[in-house]
Design a binder for this molecule. Sequence first.
Ligand SMILES: Nc1nc2c(c(=O)[nH]1)N[C@H]1C(S)=C(S)[C@@H](COP(=O)(O)OP(=O)(O)OC[C@H]3O[C@@H](n4cnc5c(=O)[nH]c(N)nc54)[C@H](O)[C@@H]3O)O[C@H]1N2
Ligand SMILES: Nc1nc2c(c(=O)[nH]1)N[C@H]1C(S)=C(S)[C@@H](COP(=O)(O)OP(=O)(O)OC[C@H]3O[C@@H](n4cnc5c(=O)[nH]c(N)nc54)[C@H](O)[C@@H]3O)O[C@H]1N2
Ligand SMILES: [Mo]
Length: 823
Amino acid sequence: MKRRDFIKYGSILGAATTVKAKGFDGWADLTNFDRKTVLSSNRFGMFEAVIQSGEVLETKAFKGDYFPSPMIKAAADRIQNQTRVEYPMVRKSFLKAKGPSNNHLRGKEEFVRVSWDVALDLAAKHMRDTFDKHGPESIYGECYWWGGSGRVSWGRTVSRRMMRILGGFVTESGDYSTGAGLVIMPHVLGGSSVYDTPTKWKSIIENAKNVVVWGCDPLVTNQITWSTPLHRCYKDYEKLQAAVFSGKIKAFSVDPRKNDTQKFLDAEHIAVKPNTDVALMIGMAHYLYTKKLYDEKFIRKYTVGFNKFKKYLLGKEDGQEKDIKWASKICGVDEKTIAKFATTLAKERTVLLCGRALQRQDHGEQAHWMCTVLAAMLGHMGLPGGGIEFSLAYNSSGATDKLAPTITGISQSIPEKYNKKYPNAPWLKHHDVVIPSSRSIEAIQRPGEDLDQNGKKIKLPHIRLMYNASGSPLTRHHDVNNMIEQWKKVDTVITAEPYWTSTAKMSDIVFPVATELERVDIDQTGGTKEYIIARKAHVKPAGESQSDFWICKELCKRWGYEEVFTEEKTELEWVKYIYEDAVQKAKAMNLKMPSFDKFWEKGYVRFEDDDKATQNYTRYTDFRENPYKHRLGTPSGKIEIYSPVIAKFNYDDCKGHPTWMEPIEWLGDKKQTKKYPMHIISPHSKYRLHSQLNNTFIRGLYEISGREPVLINPKEAKRRGLKTGDIARVFNDRGEILAGVYVTDAVIDEVAVLCEGAWYSPENLGDKTLCQHGNVNVLTIDKGTSKLAQSNIAHTALVEIEKFKGELKPINAFTKPKIVQSL
Ligand SMILES: Nc1nc2c(c(=O)[nH]1)N[C@H]1C(S)=C(S)[C@@H](COP(=O)(O)OP(=O)(O)OC[C@H]3O[C@@H](n4cnc5c(=O)[nH]c(N)nc54)[C@H](O)[C@@H]3O)O[C@H]1N2
Ligand SMILES: Nc1nc2c(c(=O)[nH]1)N[C@H]1C(S)=C(S)[C@@H](COP(=O)(O)OP(=O)(O)OC[C@H]3O[C@@H](n4cnc5c(=O)[nH]c(N)nc54)[C@H](O)[C@@H]3O)O[C@H]1N2
Ligand SMILES: [Mo]
């Protein structure tokens, strides 16, 4: 073990790494001469990093963090990491041909180390040529969300800005997170809902009697944010726990497994079969209606379409009454439990906290729609602490507001002033092509064909070049083996990455990217805006890596538009500009902020509570007060239990009211379960952010037999002769992976839980071979939720699991590809 690893392990395990005699400080003065402690932040939190001789030795929680995530401990390992891409690289055949060649060799062939100029010239030329010949539909530039962060050099923003300057690209509507919710909710509640400012925890804790976490695990998912988390909401979770333990609040968790939040609150577990929540909710609605437990007045005053839905409930539409007996058969929760659950929720003030996994499944639109109908029938919407929330499990929301300016960031759009200066610029002649998030591989598969979405037909673009930054398609996207096949049809794949991920290895040109501690930026804590944080370049970038800002600037320079990209500012000048802009905003709020130099020196500015803000805000109170004055954004201005707009689309997979529809794969289909008897769900891991940190020492703290854990219950384990620690093969027709077995009562029968994001490690990259490490997306289905939203169905898939008896091959996910120094 290297010295720095020893220090790192020592400190995280709380072990003493040195033994000190009193009054003798050893060699401290000699060895520590250039040791410094600096402040910075990333998506896991604010932290102090101890740096010596240009290396990060360890990271410590920032004292202002309310509940620091252990994940910040990985900051050092993220920088000095054996998987770093250190130099610009080009795949051998591509370099030889100076362009697309032997696509089928991606992932197999050597990379050649080249200079920045060679890599940038090649990329700039192929982007320009492809665009000029085929237009924006040929450039896939989704550049997903989660890699890097900051307001100046976040890969997603600057890459998209660069591709706008190129002339436009294929981008996404919605996202992988909430894609189905984002499309259905405007029809139902008149706004996105999933990104609305939620009810405050204070209001819930003081007023709610029942708190239901429904497919929702805030204790895990609030560890991170899209900016810097401060984890303020964990203080509220403690209060919620106290209220539950003292009997003031009853907590429920509806989930196929006992998740961390369920355990923390000791919540009553409603053990639902995966993807059957809609049937459970419809059964509850039937029970509330027939037992006259629902709030008829609320339904009459604030909703439209209940009568049509009622016909469906009572079986007048299809001959099937949707009573609790019917529901129980589908969702696996017994009738008595459903009846009691529905009655309890109706009798006292209830808030439903819905997670996103509910809609990341086949017909995912129905879950959010039906949750809303259920909440309307309970009638607590707009009453203090009651109703329904879709965004409390994320971004530290619901905590006390601070009186602080919101900082801006570099924009993805091109400043107006350059339109005059460059009247023939490509961006003036073209528009971006928009497809639903997660439909990119489908586009490559059937270019030019139509895709239904939300009442429109979208012509799928013909993608010929991909620019990846801040995202990792080979762990993010579903049905990896199909993706790899489709990917061969793409002429050029360019990836900007700090690490040799499977995506980087499957590329033609790889740009090494500097991570947060290696470049300058500015950020603000998410949710409450308590801190603005200075991010300095505290260590030298690994190898020749550069920031995403620099890479994009250099590409634009080669097209003659450098100044359009930079607006003639360096990264540090952008940081200053953003800070000064915040100072002006603060002034208008009667707040004084320190000068930039003072801020940069200290590392942060802190803001106090906003005394004037409604710290016990509840959503929809004004709508409840006066639904005519405060109409919702739906066509009727009310909650749409029946949507004439959706009904008119005439879709077979999304009707005019919430409907139970069998998912493409599920436990209720006995023909399917004969072959693949387990439903696999892939929640977000508490040990990482998607695939990020899987290449750090943290992996060693949770992996089982060197693989991603797969959780199954003792009954299923026994049936297969499996025990904790075994290596299992998890498979279906789409592919196969190995995983480390963990046997636990926390998971219900016929369900396997395997978190998304384990690095992809097939025996042969580029072929359909066994993933040795446990990337769940080898097993998932690449299909849209329905013709309405066309979002992804990550949580819908059947598999079988068996003890692995074959020969184990090395896990090569964390080793570099073959690299040669010249052609
Ligand atoms: N089966 C299954 N699949 C899922 C989900 C699920 O629940 N189940 N969830 C889905 C959801 S909600 C989401 S949001 C997506 C997440 O999908 P992604 O956003 O693609 O996930 P990450 O693995 O975080 O990818 C970020 C990548 O950026 C790289 N990176 C880090 N820093 C930088 C930087 O400074 N610059 C650049 N250029 N790159 C950087 C990281 O190394 C990493 O490879 O996954 C989706 N996939
Ligand atoms: N630590 C950490 N936090 C994260 C992320 C991360 O990667 N790591 N990712 C962030 C991102 S991008 C997003 S989008 C959010 C994701 O937030 P969510 O989508 O809410 O999170 P998931 O972990 O996918 O699922 C939440 C719960 O739903 C359960 N579940 C799965 N299928 C079903 C079902 O059919 N019915 C019911 N009732 N429950 C089901 C899971 O067991 C889990 O307990 O998290 C964010 N926060
Ligand atoms: Mo997400």
